[in-house]
Ligand binder design. Structure first.
Ligand code: 13P
Length: 256
């Protein structure tokens, strides 16, 4: 049985004081939830701070991005070794803002995925189509090519380190959520893709998060879908109460 995974992607929000308040509140409300995995991804300067604050809880800390090299002359970048050193156990890679605002290609993302796994980090690999791609009926093609290219050279021994987040670009920060049925269709497609590439047991164990305007009001219906195994939450994760409600929406649906 897959353990649902809820991650708060804070993006470029929060000062240190705001981060402290949010983390203390989250620690009280959801610090040791059983049967659900929880993570937060603050901005780089606050990773060590977050790790120290969350000691004694089950909440994991992750990076929002990383470089594909372990060290070197890469001004402005952060390496997987540094993420580990700051207490991170996972990293988000290929987020749509990295792809579409910062021009990351599938090839760059693939190098990052392999480097992260090599360095012992779990990876949340984000995939998802833009609005025009959905309208042209190309959603599966886009997701297929992002999976193919993003996971090129990743073999079965590494697959338990990978989580996929399906984030339709048109649903991110827009208030437009995919309907549970739309999301489920793509999640089922992704699981089937894994079955073909890596076999049934890898596909059965793969966690696929949904992301894109997840809120307490819509999370229960999303989590009721059989192939949705948690959420990657942006805006609503900046409020401890909202994020906690989203986390507990899985308790109703995923834990028998
Ligand atoms: P929102 O929840 O703000 O739409 O952001 C989703 C997201 O991009 C999470 O990575």
């Amino acid at each position: 049985m897959r353990i649902p995974l809820f991650v708060g992607n804070w993006k470029m929000h929060m000062t240190r004081a705001e981060a402290e308040e949010l983390l203390i509140s989250l620690k009280e409300k959801a610090g040791n939830v059983e049967g659900i995995d929880v993570g937060v991804c603050p901005s780089f300067p606050y990773l060590s701070f977050a790790t120290e604050l969350l000691v004694g809880t089950n909440i994991k800390v992750g990076g929002q991005n990383m470089a594909w090299e372990n060290s070197g002359a890469f001004t402005g970048e952060v390496s997987p070794v540094q993420l580990r050193d700051s207490g991170c156990s996972f990293v988000i890679l290929g987020h749509s803002e990295r792809r579409h605002v910062f021009g990351e290609t599938n090839e760059m993302i693939n190098k990052k995925v392999k480097r992260a796994v090599e360095q012992g980090l779990n990876v949340i690999l984000c995939v998802g189509e833009k609005l025009n791609e959905r309208e042209q009926g190309r959603t599966e093609d886009i997701v297929n090519s992002q999976l193919q290219a993003g996971l090129k050279g990743v073999d079965i021994s590494m697959i338990d380190k990978i989580t996929i987040a399906y984030e339709p670009v048109w649903a991110i920060g827009t208030g437009k959520t995919a309907t549970p049925e739309m999301a489920e269709d793509v999640h089922a497609f992704i699981r089937n893709w894994f079955k073909t590439e890596f076999g049934k047991s890898a596909a059965d164990e793969l966690r696929i998060q949904y992301g894109g305007s997840v809120k307490p009001e819509n999370s229960s219906q999303l989590m009721a879908q059989p192939d949705i195994d948690g959420a990657l939450v942006g805006g609503a994760s900046l409020d401890a109460e909202s994020f906690t409600q989203i986390i507990f929406s899985a308790a109703e649906n995923k834990q028998e």
